[in-house]
Design a protein around this ligand. Structure first.
Ligand SMILES: Cc1ncc(COP(=O)(O)O)c(C=O)c1O
Length: 385
């Protein structure tokens, strides 16, 4: 395979996410933005950080965006802002990246693991109430793979039990939730606080680590800002215990360029997903992504379920053909050694366990060429025939 005909140096190997090809497509804009930072040498809290935060707030239609060092810090800062006490419980999905449960446990709080819905991979709204105890203070719905949790019932439960909601939107920035009234809102702006990650492979990504916290609440925003900056009200005056979590100016400049292309990135991935969907629809061993009406899907991952125990054999077959694929996630959090002690399980978490044995994510990114995807589809089809 050779993508050289597009004038883009394209690595022959198929990638899960092709960051190089995307860089070359946006090279001029990105290089100009990066050069400006280098010329001004204002590497920490430079003007690009403020500009990006303001542009992102505009895009998200949220009052406050507080940039920080990564998506894990974003959740930690959000939790720190809520005045929770050691031993308080926070509900998190069992089928998930480690960040939410990890930050909860790190702050002396208890992650309560709740099972997910088999079709959407997101927290099962019917299993949240039974996980609530007198110590429960917050829920972290995680919008996995590019589509949203069912936020309306989650917010209703939160109101009923007086809980905070922190939306972990690391994988779904740009997607929207549709309320039963027909009104839509960006994911990450519905709960009390939203968090995100700008890790290089994320939907809105920089060239290193980065993250952000967002909220419409002015007083929470003030606390979040203080916490991300050593709890400092002015130089060497520390009002509360905070941490040091900053988005570098260089990363902000890159993100500000990429934000302008975010909807176009989403569209490109949706097209790839639709081509996979129509190719796999007739394969009886594959369950293609389920799309509930309440959320859009921006396909951070294209994740399917493979029936009849064939997942690992398919992955091995694809590997032999030079096609990468990933298992997100190979083990539910209750099976991770760290969380056997530091988490409380709510129910048997059966769906999370099953998904870990059946899910497989395929290459999807903004630079996918049809002929590369045709090759992937051809190999998958051949495996099942
Ligand atoms: C759902 C989710 N939350 C949080 C994070 C943490 O982000 P970061 O790697 O920027 O700390 C990730 C990153 O993979 C993620 O996928």
């Amino acid at each position: 395979m050779n993508n050289g005909q597009m004038g883009i140096p394209y690595n022959d190997a198929i990638q899960m996410v092709d960051l190089k090809a995307q860089y070359y497509r946006l090279k001029q804009e990105l290089d100009t933005a990066m050069q400006e930072v280098l010329r001004n040498a204002h590497f920490i809290n430079g003007p690009q950080v403020k500009a990006f935060a303001s542009h992102l707030a505009n895009y998200m239609d949220v009052a406050h965006v507080i940039p920080c060092a990564n998506g894990t810090d974003a959740i930690q800062i959000a939790l720190m802002s809520l005045n929770l006490q050691p031993g308080d419980e926070v509900i998190v999905p069992a089928f998930n990246y480690v960040a939410a449960a990890e930050t909860v446990a790190m702050l002396g709080l208890i992650p309560v693991l709740v099972d997910v819905n088999a079709d959407t991979f997101n927290i099962d709204i019917h299993k949240i109430e039974q996980a609530i105890s007198r110590r429960t203070k917050a829920i972290i719905p995680v919008h996995l793979f590019g589509q949203g949790c069912d936020m309306e019932p989650i917010m209703r439960i939160a109101e009923k039990y007086n809980l905070f909601v922190i939306e972990d939107n690391a994988q779904s920035i740009g997607a929207s939730y549709k309320f039963s009234s027909g009104k839509t809102k960006r994911l990450g702006t519905i709960g009390h606080i939203g968090t995100t990650s700008f890790f290089p492979s994320k939907p809105l990504a920089c060239y290193g680590d980065g993250g952000a916290v967002m909220t419409t609440d002015d007083s929470l925003a003030e606390r979040l800002r203080l916490i991300a900056n050593h709890g400092q009200v002015k130089k060497y005056q520390h009002k509360i215990v905070g941490c040091n979590s900053r988005l570098d100016t260089l990363q902000a400049a890159i993100l500000d360029v990429k934000l302008k292309h975010l909807d176009e990135f989403t569209q490109a991935r949706v097209q790839v997903a639709e081509r996979y969907d129509s190719a796999f629809f007739h394969l009886s061993d594959i369950i293609t992504p389920y799309k509930p009406l309440y959320t859009s899907h921006i396909y951070h991952q294209y994740t399917i379920r493979i029936k009849n125990g064939k997942r690992d054999a398919l992955q091995e077959w694809l590997k032999q053909k030079g096609i990468p694929s990933m298992v997100y996630y190979p083990a539910p959090l209750d099976k991770q050694e760290a969380f056997r002690i530091h988490a409380r399980k709510s129910g048997n978490l059966m769906i999370a366990s099953q998904l870990c044995k059946t899910v497989l994510s395929f290459p999807i990114h903004t630079e996918m060429r049809d002929y590369v995807q045709d090759y992937i589809i051809g190999q998958v089809t051949q495996f099942f025939n």
